[in-house]
Design a protein around this ligand. Structure first.
Ligand SMILES: Cc1ncc(COP(=O)(O)O)c(C=O)c1O
Length: 404
């Protein structure tokens, strides 16, 4: 491990507030380093003004900080232009804008969209709301027998000529890193627009949207050490230009009369209303913080945590493991035979171990797996081997208790 875990943890005030907790619910949301909290505090205490609206100097300062945050995200993703970064309130909001915006200009009745069995509801339900009622058909890439993305089936489904392919970068339920380079390349060869749900993937590896040639990439700030209520919809200019705005209101217009309105240029056209300024600045601070860390070391550490936890779980025979340790971004999903996942999670909670139980906003995945749900252990760079060992001990105790 090429970083000092103790000093890393010291940068996260949450841990000194809760020294008695083991936090393994990182796929739900990550904790925030002090640098992020400081940046947001500085914005509110020293620069608070509304952006883009007022002629006064304070507003200009706030606008400069807000647009600098957009540039930070653009550079982080290697977007060609900063107007390709659309602020959203999170991945969910981004998908709703995206799907609504594609309907009409890109998607019409009879067109097909291809998703996978592992998608989060954020990449399913917006299609149900905004696309299916207008005659769009949703096709689904199945899982392989070992619960992976089925590339062969994907290639077959691409022959149906979907107009859009929309796939998660990393599965939030199983932890698997999807073969995104192949997914994008094959979709492009089939002539589809490609969307990646980066909610879990963005924290795992560096994304270069131009090298990957992905058309849209979405993520949430709070899963990248940043604040809640801010997210990013990246899109190539040519496709963002096509999107119909989902939200109308201030700032997204050029002209308004009582009978009609004309829309502003990118990115503002897709950002109606007062934006989450402190959130954007907090997210940029999270990115700048991350850029000072050793991302490869973080990856190796998370992989080692998964391996150790997985090996320990294999020693507890009553456990059924749903996800394996290879090409895994830091999530282990499991069940205790014949027990409800919530019971196991409750017993762990009683030992101050935070995990998540249920279907993790992937109900169709669990229908495909034919299991009711799972207990999800999700790891982050700041988790320690000691925490893994204590969790395994607590897990063994919980399993014994439930077996009584
Ligand atoms: C893969 C994936 N997509 C989308 C989302 C939705 O993100 P948010 O709730 O931040 O909008 C999540 C959140 O868990 C996720 O894991």
């Amino acid at each position: 491990m090429n970083f000092d875990l103790r000093s890393l943890r010291q940068q996260f005030p949450f841990f000194s507030a809760h020294p008695d907790w083991i936090y393994l619910d990182n796929a739900a949301t990550l904790h925030k380093p002090q640098a992020v909290l400081d940046a947001m505090n500085t914005f509110y205490s020293q620069h608070n003004s509304n952006v883009h609206r007022s002629a006064h100097g304070l507003s200009q300062q706030a606008t400069a900080a807000f647009e600098a945050a957009r540039n930070t995200v653009a550079q982080f993703l290697n977007a060609r232009f900063s107007h390709e970064i659309i602020w959203t309130s999170g991945t969910t909001a981004g998908f709703n804008q995206l799907v609504f915006g594609l309907m009409g200009p890109v998607l019409q009745s009879g067109d097909r969209v291809l998703i996978s069995s592992m998608e989060h509801h954020a990449n399913i339900v917006p299609w149900h709301i905004h696309a299916l009622p207008f005659g769009v058909q949703l096709d689904v890439v199945p899982l392989t027998a070992d619960h992976r993305f089925d590339l062969a089936a994907y290639s077959e489904l691409l022959k149906l000529k979907p107009k859009v392919v929309s796939i998660s970068h990393v599965s939030n339920a199983l932890g698997y890193i999807q073969p995104i380079a192949d997914i994008v390349r094959l979709a492009k060869e089939a002539g589809a627009i490609v969307v990646l749900d980066g909610a879990q993937g963005i924290v795992w590896e560096k994304i270069d949207v131009q090298a990957l040639d992905v058309d849209f990439y979405l993520f949430s700030g709070h899963k990248l050490y940043g604040p809640t209520g801010i997210g990013v919809l990246y899109g190539k200019t040519q496709y963002l230009e096509l999107l119909r705005p989902l939200l109308g209101g201030g700032e997204m217009i050029k002209t308004v009369s009582f009978s009609s309105s004309s829309w502003n240029d990118l990115p503002y056209r897709l950002e109606a209303g007062t934006p989450n300024m402190a959130g954007a600045i907090g997210l940029a601070a999270a990115i700048l913080w991350l850029q000072q860390q050793d991302l490869t070391a973080f990856q190796q550490h998370k992989s080692a945590l998964v391996q150790r936890f997985y090996a320990g779980c294999q020693q507890i025979s009553a456990l059924e493991l749903l996800s394996g340790p290879t090409t895994n971004a830091g999530i282990v999903a499991l069940n205790l035979k014949n027990e409800h996942p919530a019971d196991l999670a409750t017993l762990l909670d009683q030992q101050n171990i935070a995990v998540r139980a249920g279907t993790h906003c992937t109900m169709p995945l669990f229908q495909a797996l034919n299991v009711k749900g799972s207990v999800r252990f999700s790891f982050a760079c700041y988790n320690s081997f000691d925490e893994i060992d204590r969790t395994l001990t607590a897990l063994a105790t919980a399993v014994e208790l439930l077996a009584e």
